[in-house]
Design a protein around this ligand. Structure first.
Ligand SMILES: [Zn+2]
Length: 139
């Protein structure tokens, strides 16, 4: 991994530990987590650019990225490298979105959920198991 953190990685890694000013009366201003957690619905083009950012970071090359309503799962990957994401994800919290994206992109490298898959998930999204419990099926 490179040493450069993108804003996205900072958002993922950030623990909101700069709360010192709270006592000085800046309470709400310093609640940096609020901005991350409550992001409303994002647009398809933003979703896709998040996917591309992760693809670069994970060093994988999806052929195509699609968004459409899916009934039974959050994402799928075809044998030819075509990724499809459930458009319902656009309404989910950003860290759940990241989880599904990283999960699916990693399948380009690792086709199963074995040890390698889990350790890569852990490396890129330390809290991934928490998110996987919040969403049911990611294939
Ligand atoms: Zn999977």
């Amino acid at each position: 991994m490179s040493g450069l953190l993108t804003p996205l990685e900072k958002a993922i890694n950030g623990n909101g530990d700069n709360m010192q000013n709270k006592a000085a009366g800046y309470g709400s201003k310093n609640c940096s987590l609020t901005g991350l957690m409550s992001d409303g619905k994002i647009e398809a083009k933003d979703f896709k650019s998040i996917v591309w950012d992760w693809a670069i970071k994970l060093k994988v090359e999806p052929k195509e990225i699609h968004l459409r309503p899916m009934k039974t799962k959050w994402a799928s990957l075809s044998g030819s490298g075509r990724l499809t994401f459930n458009s319902e994800l656009l309404e989910k919290r950003r860290n759940l979105i990241n989880y599904v994206i990283v999960h699916e992109l990693l399948h380009i490298k690792v086709p199963n959920h074995g040890k390698l898959f889990k350790s890569l998930m852990l490396a890129f999204l330390p809290d991934w198991e928490k998110y996987s419990e919040q969403l049911k099926e990611v294939v």
